[in-house]
Design a binder for this molecule. Structure first.
Ligand code: FES
Length: 122
Protein backbone atom coordinates (compact mmCIF):
# COMPACT_ATOMS: atom_id res chain seq x y z
CA UNK A 1 0.00 0.00 0.00
CA UNK A 2 1.35 3.39 -0.93
CA UNK A 3 0.02 6.89 -0.48
CA UNK A 4 0.33 8.84 -3.69
CA UNK A 5 -0.30 12.57 -3.35
CA UNK A 6 -0.96 14.51 -6.52
CA UNK A 7 -0.33 18.25 -6.53
CA UNK A 8 -0.98 20.59 -9.45
CA UNK A 9 -2.36 24.06 -10.13
CA UNK A 10 -5.11 22.34 -12.11
CA UNK A 11 -6.37 20.54 -8.99
CA UNK A 12 -8.52 22.36 -6.45
CA UNK A 13 -6.34 20.91 -3.71
CA UNK A 14 -3.77 18.15 -3.29
CA UNK A 15 -5.27 14.70 -3.67
CA UNK A 16 -3.92 11.66 -1.82
CA UNK A 17 -4.91 8.21 -3.04
CA UNK A 18 -3.96 4.71 -1.98
CA UNK A 19 -2.23 2.55 -4.53
CA UNK A 20 -1.70 -1.17 -4.19
CA UNK A 21 1.99 -1.68 -4.85
CA UNK A 22 1.62 -5.23 -6.17
CA UNK A 23 -0.68 -4.06 -8.97
CA UNK A 24 2.30 -2.91 -11.03
CA UNK A 25 0.31 0.10 -12.10
CA UNK A 26 1.99 3.09 -13.62
CA UNK A 27 1.63 6.45 -12.01
CA UNK A 28 -0.45 7.49 -15.01
CA UNK A 29 -2.70 4.46 -14.47
CA UNK A 30 -3.21 5.36 -10.81
CA UNK A 31 -3.98 8.97 -11.76
CA UNK A 32 -6.52 7.90 -14.37
CA UNK A 33 -8.15 5.50 -11.95
CA UNK A 34 -8.83 8.48 -9.68
CA UNK A 35 -9.80 10.93 -12.45
CA UNK A 36 -6.65 13.01 -12.01
CA UNK A 37 -5.72 14.51 -15.36
CA UNK A 38 -2.00 14.28 -15.98
CA UNK A 39 -1.35 15.37 -19.58
CA UNK A 40 -0.46 12.39 -21.74
CA UNK A 41 -0.30 11.65 -25.43
CA UNK A 42 1.61 8.53 -26.45
CA UNK A 43 1.36 6.67 -23.10
CA UNK A 44 4.45 4.82 -24.24
CA UNK A 45 7.40 6.83 -22.94
CA UNK A 46 8.11 8.66 -26.16
CA UNK A 47 6.46 12.09 -26.15
CA UNK A 48 7.41 13.44 -22.71
CA UNK A 49 3.99 15.03 -22.16
CA UNK A 50 3.42 13.16 -18.87
CA UNK A 51 6.44 14.72 -17.16
CA UNK A 52 6.08 14.86 -13.37
CA UNK A 53 8.29 15.60 -10.39
CA UNK A 54 8.33 12.77 -7.87
CA UNK A 55 9.42 13.27 -4.26
CA UNK A 56 9.71 10.24 -2.01
CA UNK A 57 8.17 10.93 1.37
CA UNK A 58 9.26 7.76 3.18
CA UNK A 59 12.41 7.61 5.28
CA UNK A 60 13.29 4.12 4.03
CA UNK A 61 15.43 3.41 0.98
CA UNK A 62 13.74 4.47 -2.27
CA UNK A 63 12.07 1.74 -4.35
CA UNK A 64 10.76 3.41 -7.51
CA UNK A 65 14.17 3.78 -9.07
CA UNK A 66 14.03 1.74 -12.24
CA UNK A 67 13.83 3.80 -15.41
CA UNK A 68 12.80 2.19 -18.68
CA UNK A 69 15.06 2.76 -21.68
CA UNK A 70 12.38 4.96 -23.23
CA UNK A 71 12.10 6.99 -20.05
CA UNK A 72 15.86 7.52 -19.91
CA UNK A 73 15.98 8.65 -23.52
CA UNK A 74 12.94 10.94 -23.42
CA UNK A 75 13.94 12.59 -20.14
CA UNK A 76 17.52 13.09 -21.40
CA UNK A 77 16.45 14.59 -24.72
CA UNK A 78 14.17 17.01 -22.87
CA UNK A 79 16.90 18.08 -20.45
CA UNK A 80 15.22 16.47 -17.43
CA UNK A 81 17.79 13.77 -16.72
CA UNK A 82 21.48 14.58 -16.44
CA UNK A 83 24.24 12.02 -16.83
CA UNK A 84 25.00 12.34 -13.13
CA UNK A 85 21.37 11.70 -12.21
CA UNK A 86 21.27 8.65 -14.46
CA UNK A 87 24.51 7.30 -13.00
CA UNK A 88 23.17 7.94 -9.50
CA UNK A 89 20.02 5.99 -10.30
CA UNK A 90 21.88 3.08 -11.84
CA UNK A 91 24.75 2.78 -9.39
CA UNK A 92 23.58 4.38 -6.13
CA UNK A 93 19.82 3.66 -6.25
CA UNK A 94 19.08 7.37 -6.04
CA UNK A 95 15.97 8.14 -8.11
CA UNK A 96 16.05 11.25 -10.32
CA UNK A 97 13.50 14.01 -9.57
CA UNK A 98 11.74 14.06 -12.93
CA UNK A 99 9.88 11.07 -14.27
CA UNK A 100 7.40 10.05 -16.91
CA UNK A 101 4.09 9.09 -15.32
CA UNK A 102 3.39 6.51 -18.04
CA UNK A 103 6.65 4.68 -17.27
CA UNK A 104 6.89 4.98 -13.49
CA UNK A 105 5.66 1.88 -11.68
CA UNK A 106 4.19 2.68 -8.27
CA UNK A 107 6.00 0.84 -5.49
CA UNK A 108 5.32 0.40 -1.81
CA UNK A 109 6.34 3.91 -0.79
CA UNK A 110 4.65 7.23 -0.18
CA UNK A 111 5.31 9.79 -2.87
CA UNK A 112 4.41 13.36 -3.81
CA UNK A 113 3.72 13.84 -7.51
CA UNK A 114 3.83 17.40 -8.81
CA UNK A 115 2.83 18.44 -12.30
CA UNK A 116 1.80 21.65 -14.02
CA UNK A 117 -1.13 20.36 -16.04
CA UNK A 118 0.65 21.47 -19.22
CA UNK A 119 2.13 18.72 -21.41
CA UNK A 120 5.85 18.23 -20.83
CA UNK A 121 6.10 20.90 -18.12
CA UNK A 122 6.65 19.71 -14.57
FE1 FES B 1 4.07 10.15 -23.78
FE2 FES B 1 4.20 9.46 -21.17
S1 FES B 1 2.45 9.96 -22.36
S2 FES B 1 5.82 9.84 -22.54
Amino acid sequence: MANVTFSAPTLEKDVTVYAVAGDNKTLLGVAKQHAIAIPCQCQDGECGSCLVKVTILDDKSPSGIHLTEKEKLTLSVNGKLTRDQLANAETNDMPPPYRLACQYIVRNEDILVEFSGEPGVE
